[in-house]
Design a protein around this ligand. Structure first.
Ligand code: ADP
Ligand code: MG
Length: 354
């Protein structure tokens, strides 16, 4: 019976073989899993982009609420989001796992299935990794590589005064999903529960809205095709993905571009489920929309004359974009209401060591 089997029954090499057996051949992969290093061929004229992310049990996720299939998807999604934010084409991934010896084999099978499903959807090949035992929970580390023509790569540092500030999709859903599980995005899942959003007074009719908000947390969609379309369009001056909340992440653009900005909190794109659940709680509503982490949407800047072309450009990728503010020449990020009055919230994004 497979469902009683543990990782320890299989051993390191048995597990690597099991993962490798599910990986097919892919364009650009000359030597994949199995040798001391993978060998890949880049597209001529393109530059290599590399990014790595860790997901730690009880810091980034809990096994009690993150099913292994969606955890596998999310492990790759957060890395894909970094490649998307640079406007690059994701190509290859490395998957490193530190696994508690008593973890059921089914868990890793489902995790791998999720990881490889998203990899196939995005045209990414798994070319290697590392596998070892863990005495302190499951640790997942994903390194992703992508490529792009030098002139198309989008950085955090290109924003210009008077540019519009844009975001893709909807904000705050993932943070509200986390709140529903009893945690706060200002604190990691390792800390004590702060009370569920339901208990705090949120109401959602039926389970549809709740499922939607949870899926935005547990199975985020990296905006790869949107990032790519924007990079190819030449319309955009800077870009970042929103992993720590819009306020913190636009703050990185501002800092690295040597500018500031003004964000209109009433213009933030919010989902129907978010409005329904958080609408009655103004403090929660504003905190989650402006500073909620893990939405993995994109924030970018562009000259105002490109407005219509930008809407047209991203249409094909099936994602909506919304202008939410304006880049300013003086440093600092202000938040205002639609009528221009300043918003005086004590808001912070998540920071691991604070
Ligand atoms: P080495 O000891 O030389 O580092 P390993 O025994 O760790 O080699 O790995 C053998 C092969 O299996 C390598 O190609 C490595 O990239 C691959 N590999 C190891 N762990 C994983 C994993 N979790 N997912 C995918 N490939 C892996
Ligand atoms: Mg190794």
């Amino acid at each position: 019976m497979t469902n009683d089997r543990k990782i320890s029954d299989l051993g390191e090499f048995g597990l690597i073989d099991r993962i490798a057996a599910k990986v097919g051949s892919a364009a650009g992969v000359i030597t994949g899993i199995g040798d001391d290093a993978a060998v890949t061929a880049m597209t001529q004229g393109m530059q290599l982009l590399t990014s790595t992310d860790m997901l730690l049990e009880d810091v980034h996720f809990r096994r009690s609420w993150h099913d292994p299939y969606r955890l596998g998807r999310k492990s790759l999604a957060v890395s894909l989001s970094d490649i998307a934010a640079m406007g690059a084409i994701p190509r290859w991934a490395l998957l490193s796992l530190a696994i508690p010896a008593d973890l059921p084999l089914d868990f890793i099978d489902d995790f791998t299935r999720g990881f490889l499903a998203l990899a196939a959807e995005q045209g990414v090949a798994l070319i290697g990794g590392d596998t070892c035992t863990s005495r302190a929970g499951l640790v997942v580390s994903v390194t992703i590589m992508g490529e792009q023509l030098p002139g198309r790569i989008l950085r955090r540092s290109g924003a210009q005064p008077a540019d519009d500030i844009w975001v893709t999709g909807r904000l705050g859903d993932a943070a509200l999903g986390l709140k529903m599980l009893g945690f706060d995005s200002a604190q990691p899942p390792g800390s004590a529960p702060t009370g569920s959003a339901m208990a705090a007074g949120c109401s959602l009719n039926g389970t549809e809205g709740k499922d939607y908000l949870l899926s935005r947390l547990l199975d985020p969609t990296p905006r790869v095709s949107t990032g790519l379309a924007l990079a190819e369009s030449g319309l955009v001056s800077s870009m970042i993905d929103i992993s720590d909340g819009l306020l913190a992440d636009f703050g990185h653009i501002a800092e690295q571009s040597g500018v500031g900005g003004c964000i209109c909190i009433d213009n933030l794109p919010l989902s129907a489920a978010f409005r329904l659940c958080a609408g009655k709680l103004p403090e929660l509503h504003d905190q989650m929309a402006l500073a909620g982490g893990e939405d993995y949407e994109l924030c970018f800047t562009a000259p105002p004359e490109n407005r219509e072309k930008i809407v047209e450009c991203v249409k094909k990728s099936g994602v909506e974009v919304t202008p939410v503010g304006i880049v300013a020449s003086l440093p600092g990020v202000a938040v205002v209401r639609a009528d221009g009055t300043p918003c005086t919230l004590q808001i912070k994004g998540f920071n691991h060591f604070k």
